[in-house]
Design a protein around this ligand. Structure first.
Ligand code: HEC
Ligand SMILES: [Cu+2]
Length: 248
């Protein structure tokens, strides 16, 4: 039954490979282009300012332009991009990022991208779509000159709690003062933290942000280090901080 063993080995190998890819994608926080089956195609292009540095962008591709043709967002922003087509199949590549989507009739495609560097990003169609194909383009201006969203809307607060749960933070941090591996989040914000190196810090925005981005930078006295670095998008960290402020 050598064939059976070879087939089993092949299947195991493929599964292992898929697992490694999935893990890499998760660890690096890469947004893979996805074809969404639960979102209905739309015909209106728009930018939705969801939270500070968090956008949702709806692009409609059509012969031979993208809508919206020009948008401006702030540096460091993360955008959820949804793409639909009004006619034939188009492509949508944001030059200088890893976004490279297909706009397929009847479907919506999705990618998430973070614009760390300011500048003008060119959006092009890379799927031949007719005689004016080469003129099909749009621009994304990433600039500080866009007003930031002032106060985070209430949805962000609910969002902060959901992010803590989705990211698995609540496996190690309780929200109600209960004992937990990483200590409770209740009353954390604004409290004095005694560190293992003998210094003291206040748990302010910067401290919490750093604790999430670089867990080993400051270790609380008497606590075992061991918080894993998790790829939490900056806007999600903002939502987490806003939520922690309410847990007094
Ligand atoms: C596997 C367990 C684990 C997970 C998951 C985890 N943490 Fe932690 N966390 C710890 C430990 C242990 C510490 C204490 C060590 C230290 O001070 O760095 C800590 C410390 C912290 C601190 C500083 C706390 C203080 O008392 O000053 C913050 C803020 C924090 N974590 C936020 C988060 C957030 C947000 C997430 C989810 C994105 C998360 N943690 C996920 C284990 C974890
Ligand atoms: Cu096109």
């Amino acid at each position: 039954m050598i064939e059976k063993r070879i087939i089993t080995a092949a299947v195991v190998f493929v599964l292992a490979l898929a697992g490694v890819i999935a893990l890499t994608v998760k660890q690096l926080g890469i947004g893979l282009p996805t074809c969404l089956t639960d979102v209905r195609p739309f015909l209106e292009g728009k930018v939705i300012d969801q939270a500070p540095k968090r956008y949702e962008i709806h692009y409609v591709a059509r012969m031979w332009r993208f809508e919206p043709a020009e948008i401006s967002i702030r540096p460091g922003s993360t955008a959820d991009i949804y793409l639909s087509t009004a006619d034939v199949t188009h492509g949508m590549q944001i030059v200088g990022t890893n976004v490279n989507l297909m706009a397929v009739p009847g479907a919506v495609n999705y990618a998430r991208v973070t614009f760390d560097k300011a500048g003008d990003y060119l959006v092009v169609c890379n799927e031949y779509c007719g005689i004016q194909h080469h003129n099909m383009a749009a621009r994304i201006h990433v600039t500080d000159k866009v007003a930031a969203v002032a106060a985070p809307p209430p949805a962000v607060l609910a969002g902060g709690r959901k992010i803590l749960e989705d990211q698995g933070c609540t496996a190690c941090h309780s929200l109600d003062g209960g004992a937990s591996i990483g200590g409770t989040f209740k009353g954390l914000y604004g409290r004095k933290r005694e560190l293992a190196n003998g210094t003291t810090v206040i748990a302010d925005d910067a401290y919490i942000r750093e604790s999430i981005e670089k867990p080993d930078a400051k270790i609380v006295k008497g606590v075992d280090p061991g918080m894993p670095p998790l790829p939490v998008p900056p806007a999600d960290i903002t939502a987490i901080i806003e939520y922690l402020k309410t847990l007094q």
